[in-house]
Design a protein around this ligand. Sequence first.
Ligand SMILES: [Zn+2]
Length: 582
Amino acid sequence: MDFVEELKSRVDIVGVIGEKVRLRKAGANRYQGLCPFHQEKTPSFSVHATKQFYYCFGCQAKGDVIRFVQELEGIPFFEALKSLAERNGIPMPKRSHYTDDDTRQREALYQMHELAQQHFRASLAAPSGEIARAYLHRRGVRPETTEQFGLGYSDRNGHSLLRLLEHHGFTSAQFKDSGLVSQREDGSLYDYFRHRLMFPIHNESGKLIAFGGRALAEDEKAKYLNSPETPIYKKSNVLYNLHRAKDAIRKEDRVVLVEGYMDVIGVTAAGILPVVAPCGTSFTEPQIRIIKRHTNKIILNFDPDAAGNRAAEKYIGLLLDEGMQVRILQLDADLDPDEYCKERGAAAYLKQLDSAKGFFYWLADRARAKFDTKTTDGVVEVLKFLLPAVKRIHDRLERMAIANAVADYIGVDRGIVLDSFLKNVADRKDAALERPQELARVDEKGLLSVLLSDLQGRESLLADLENLDILDRLVTSRIYHALLGVYSTGSPITFDAVSSRLEPRDQSALAEAVLSEEIEGRDNTLEYGRQCLESLRRSGDQRRIRDLKVLVKDAERAGDTAGVMRLLKELQSLERSARVNP
Ligand SMILES: [Zn+2]
């Protein structure tokens, strides 16, 4: 067996996708969840456990397990292959046709990052790391936490990492792509990170892909410096600590978003695990979608300063657009999450988290602090301030509930708030991605499912299929012809083999047929396949009978007696067999 086929047969697609998308069992072999490839609020993304494919009824994203890893992680085919093999303990063949230049280059970048981390950690422990160790001590970071987060130190001399990478035989082209080394105008190279506390950044699968560095020199202008974008690091697709927090996020069905690396580390060290941060950039839609694959409940806990408030205000809108439930935690005594955990303890922080306000109360508080709600003008200003967020709530009932709650909260007549909110906001519906299309019959889908299953003796159905008059008139006719095409080559008839012979439109139709709820619960037995085939044949006969009746009338009108006789003979024989096999 080809290695790709072997890998696919040994990897459980539901397990792999289930790590990235919350799936629930929706049928015997069918799992469902929110599509990671388009924005939606009701699940139209399905995974078929036995036929080992995924398909989205909304955006028609589809494919096998390798395709899924490629698309979701944005990596080339061979890297997806390798990553799946590694995660499932399947040895990769050494042969060079199981890799390509792109994948080899990325592999070199991963290795350089691993080497860099070892180097930074060693430097932190070395005498030159004294300043960094003192900083960590001052911030109350325990040695085991330093270990857990793989913290390190990039020294001052500016070429020790460069020398190490050269020593390991990496080329200068590889350095430059890595983001770990920079180039002066005269062409000479130097370490990108110098005299900084180093935070390794991982992707969702736990692979080291970048670093963040905090300046240790007081006069350093850039307090935080992050790796530039590289072939393995796209800032807007990465959340700091997600690979560690993922399980807790799912278990608790919530995530805490904080601003910085030290906040994540402090909160995690206090034993509160579902916490992530954007990587030194602003929080973006792709990052929200990543979170949404694991939970739709988010608590924003930013620094209690003007910048933190502005950020929260901005992100509320983005989060509502993606259908997230948003709460805001504003800690008292002006502490950031890290400081709060250290000064007040984990239990106190947890209590704060549990009682975090819905975003609307937080916004109302902000508005109340700015405007005087005792005056009419003030009320108008408050409502104006709240309107952008209101507009982003899609559900009319939810909007009304919020209007009432806000009215009570700021002490304004409910009618006024409701009026203002309803007047300014048109109802929106989820953009339904409906496509007019001809529907396949249940027996067409049933027979397809039987023929694509690993069933002994299914070949016996194929001979009859080829002789089926109605075959060319079926909605799924091109799919059946592809299936017969695979059969004629002698290769095994599998979902993938048939799908790969089809145009994208028919690939979608095939996925939809196999995932159809109408055939759910039907065992893929020869007997069921035979029933479907019979039913198709009968409906073909019925159709022919209807056609013949019209033809007979035409022939009678034309005075074609011989034609009438011939047609009647066929008609009677079909009607007889219809009576015998109703
Ligand atoms: Zn989709």
